[in-house]
Ligand binder design. Structure first.
Ligand code: CTP
Length: 398
C-alpha cells in the first residue's frame, strides 16, 4: 500500500505514455498522491487534461511558467515527493539524465532533486540495445537510479524485442518495493534463474529441465523485502516477477556477460541451471543425416559464473549464494561444491526424478554455510524463497 506517499510522475514523450494514465489510476487506488509532469513532446501523446483529471492535480508543463514558480518552484516540486517515477523514460530522457543536462522542466527537476528516482524505459529495441543507451543505463545505475523493465515483446513500431515499457502494475510493484521499508531496501541483489539453451544448430539445442520456478520465487521474495533485484533469466517456463529488472538470455555465455554487466551488487543468488558445456562450434546450418554415420558433437566448457563471482578480487559481493542440484550423495557433493566454487552458502537439493522437485512446486533444501548444514522441511518453493530471502536480509544487515 502506498497510503500518503507522494509520487512525482514525469511522463516522457513516447507512445507508451498512454500506459502512464493507467499508472496514475493504479497508484491513486493504492493511496498515493500523484503530481504529474509532462515533457513538451509528451503532450503529443497524452493530453494535459486527461493526465490532470486522473491525477486530480495540476499538471506541470513548463519550466518558465512564472505562476508555477511563484506557487511552487521547481526545486521544491522535485523535493516534496517521496519518489520520482519517470514513465516512459525515453532514450532521450535517459541520455539527458546520464549527461546531467537540465534544459526543460523534467530534466531540471531530475537534476535538482535528492529524492530517489525510478525509471521505466520505453523505446524501440534498437535504441535500447544501442551502445549509448546501454552506457547511459550503466551510468544511471551507478548514480543510484532504479529501473523497472523494459519488457520484451511486440512494439508499436512493428519490431520485437526489449524496449516495451513495463505494465502499470509492474511499475506499481517497483514503486512499492522502493517505498516500502523492507530490510533489504537499498540493497542491489542479482538472481540468476532458469535453464540455459546451448545451440547445436539453428533448430536444435541442449537444455535441462529447470523451470525457473525457484529462482523466480527467490527474486520475488527479495523484491518484497525491498531489494533492488536484477533478474537474469534463461528461457524459463514461469514468467519473471513484477517489479524487478529482467534481463533475458539464452546461453551460459550470455548469462555470464549479463551478470558481469550487472556488477557491482551487494549479493548474488545463483539459482540458474547453467549448462556446463556448449558446442565447441555450433553449426550455422541445420545438421543433416548423412550416410557417413552419426554426427560427432564436440563440446567446450562454459564459464562458471558462480565460481567467477565468488572469487572476484575486487568488488566481490558481500554474500554469494549458489544452488546445488544433485541426484545422489546430496550433502557430500554440495559441501564439496561450496568449497570448490568459493561461495558463502549453498542451497542443496535432491533433484532425482522420484522427488518431483525439478519442474514441481515444492522443494526440500539444505542450507550449507560456515555454520554447517541446516535441513529445511519440504515446502512450497515460495516458502523456501521467503525463508532464504529473510536469511539473506539478516546476513546483509547484521
Ligand atoms: N553455475 C554457474 N555457472 C555454471 C555452472 C553452474 O553459475 N557454468 C552455478 C549454478 O547456478 C548453481 C551452482 O553453480 O548455483 C551449481 O550448479 P550445478 O549445476 O549443481 O553445479 P556444477 O558446477 O554443474 O557441478 P557438477 O557438474 O559437478 O554438478
Amino acid at each position: 500500500m502506498l497510503a500518503s506517499k507522494r509520487i512525482l510522475l514525469i511522463i516522457g514523450a513516447g507512445i507508451a505514455a498512454y500506459k502512464s494514465l493507467d499508472l496514475i489510476r493504479r497508484l491513486k487506488e493504492r493511496g498515493a498522491s500523484v503530481t504529474p509532469v509532462l515533457t513538451g513532446a509528451a503532450e503529443e501523446f497524452v493530453t494535459p487534461l486527461s493526465v490532470s483529471a486522473l491525477a486530480g492535480e495540476k499538471v506541470y508543463r513548463d519550466l518558465f511558467d512564472l505562476t508555477d514558480e511563484a506557487e511552487m518552484g521547481h526545486i521544491q516540486l522535485s523535493r516534496s515527493a517521496d519518489l520520482i517515477v519517470v514513465a516512459p523514460a525515453t532514450a532521450d530522457m535517459m541520455g539527458k539524465m546520464a549527461a546531467g543536462l537540465a534544459n526543460d522542466l523534467a530534466s531540471t527537476l531530475l537534476m535538482a532533486t535528492d529524492t530517489p528516482v525510478l525509471c521505466a524505459p520505453a523505446m524501440n529495441v534498437r535504441m535500447w540495445d544501442h551502445p549509448s543507451t546501454q552506457r547511459n543505463l550503466k551510468q544511471l545505475q551507478a548514480d543510484g537510479i532504479r529501473f523497472v523493465g523494459p519488457n520484451e515483446g511486440d512494439m508499436a513500431c512493428g519490431e520485437y524485442g526489449p524496449g516495451r515499457m513495463s505494465e502499470p502494475l509492474e511499475i506499481v510493484a517497483a514503486v512499492e518495493a522502493q517505498l516500502g521499508n523492507g530490510p533489504l531496501k537499498g540493497k542491489r541483489i542479482l538472481v540468476t534463474s532458469g535453464p540455459t539453451h546451448e545451440p547445436i544448430d539453428p533448430v536444435r539445442y541442449i537444455a535441462n529441465r529447470s523451470s525457473g520456478a525457484q529462482g523466480t520465487a527467490v527474486a520475488r521474495a527479495l523484491s518484497a523485502l525491498g531489494a533492488d533485484v536484477v533478474f537474469v533469466t534463461g528461457p524459463a517456463d514461469v514468467s519473471p516477477p513484477e517489479g524487478v529488472q529482467v534481463i533475458r538470455v539464452e546461453t551460459a555465455q550470455q548469462m555470464s556477460d549479463a551478470v558481469d554487466a550487472a556488477l557491482p551488487i551487494d549479493a548474488g543468488v545463483f539459482a540458474a541451471a547453467v549448462a556446463d558445456w556448449r558446442m565447441a562450434t555450433a553449426s550455422d546450418k541445420k545438421l543433416k543425416k548423412s550416410r557417413d554415420g552419426l554426427p560427432l558433437l564436440e563440446f567446450a566448457e562454459n564459464p562458471d559464473i558462480l565460481k567467477r563471482v565468488s572469487r572476484l578480487d575486487a568488488g566481490r559481493p558481500t554474500l554469494v549464494v549458489g544452488f546445488a542440484a544433485e541426484t545422489d550423495n546430496v550433502l557430500e557433493h554440495a559441501t564439496a561444491k561450496r568449497a570448490r566454487k568459493g561461495c558463502d552458502w549453498i542451497v542443496a537439493n535432491d533433484v532425482s526424478p522420484a522427488t518431483g522437485i525439478m519442474g514441481g512446486s515444492e522443494n526440500a533444501v539444505t542450507l550449507i554455510s560456515d555454520e554447517g548444514a541446516e535441513e529445511w522441511p519440504r515446502m512450497d518453493k515460495d516458502a523456501v524463497a521467503q525463508r532464504l530471502a529473510q536469511k539473506i536480509a539478516d546476513a546483509l544487515t547484521s
